[in-house]
Design a protein around this ligand. Structure first.
Ligand code: HEC
Length: 254
């Protein structure tokens, strides 16, 4: 039997290899960059490099007018990391998170900027391990901070609305409560340019704070203040019980 007689399987394999080789030779760089683009986005945490909180806030402010609160927070951070690091950020579909607008599809649940912040901290810090190495705890800390902050905290360099906007404290991470309290204080409807700019500034405020926390974490200085309300109240919850329940806050069975 001749040593150059190949089985059908070897023939197919050989032809395949030859074809790939020829294609590589022909297309060179094109094929190689396609190979590089095949990254494993399912592996986390993802690498981080320190970002300017101010630049991040400005990006978030402007991105709000394109993809709203949640998408804008993600874009302000992952957009910069696409430039500084590349993959897996380049493969992450930032614009898909436009759905976080209005507390997810207009349902007024979690403020999208908080949801976006949690996506960012969890992808960068990673799964639950211990203490400060937990993206969910940093995310929880951001919800607490948001609830207590006099919003909007951040004033953009060139705000689209030049009149002074009132500040309100939501006492809650929810879109409905946060936007509602502000609209009441400002006496402005949902569709007003002022309400829109207020939400863009809230988004910028959150992005700024996320960058600050991540920078501290990168420097090894971060100690989480993240509370887990479920651990304190024996029910998944927000802390402002009386806002919804009035004076008679029910206690969950233990
Ligand atoms: C955003 C509004 C909101 C907040 C804030 C909130 N709750 Fe509730 N909670 C509800 C609603 C609505 C229900 C379901 C309707 C109901 O039964 O009152 C509920 C149900 C419950 C139940 C189930 C028993 C029951 O009476 O329905 C418990 C227990 C409870 N809440 C405890 C708490 C505690 C404790 C806090 C604060 C740590 C809290 N809630 C904060 C809105 C809220």
């Amino acid at each position: 039997m001749s040593h150059n007689k190949l089985s059908r399987r070897e023939l197919i394999a050989g032809t395949g290899a030859a074809a790939i080789g020829a294609a590589l030779a022909q297309l060179g760089g094109g094929i190689i960059s396609k190979v590089e683009a095949k990254v494993e986005t399912n592996k986390w945490p993802w690498p981080y490099e320190k970002l300017s909180p101010e630049k991040t806030a400005e990006l978030a402010y402007n991105e709000w007018y394109r993809i709203f609160c949640g998408g804008a927070v993600i874009s302000s951070i992952f957009g910069q990391l696409r430039e500084k690091i590349g993959e897996p950020y380049k493969s992450f579909p930032i614009d898909a998170f436009i759905f976080l607008e209005g507390g997810i599809g207009g349902w007024g649940t979690i403020c999208g900027s908080n949801a976006g912040a949690n996506i960012v901290t969890n992808l960068i810090i990673g799964p639950r391990t211990s203490g400060s190495e937990d993206g969910a705890l940093m995310g929880s800390e951001i919800l607490q901070w948001y609830s207590e902050a006099s919003m909007p905290v951040y004033l953009p360099k060139n705000p689209r609305i030049t009149s002074e906007l009132p500040k309100t404290t939501s006492n809650s991470p929810l879109c409905h409560v946060s936007v509602g309290k502000w609209m009441q204080a400002a006496n402005k409807p949902l569709g007003s340019p002022e309400r829109k700019d207020r939400c863009a500034r809230v988004t910028a405020s959150v992005a700024y704070h996320v960058a600050e926390l991540l920078n501290d974490w990168k420097d090894g200085k971060y100690k989480t203040k993240g509370p887990k309300p479920a651990g304190m109240y024996n029910i998944q919850t927000q802390n402002n019980c009386t806002d919804c329940h009035g004076a008679n806050v029910p206690m969950p069975p233990k």
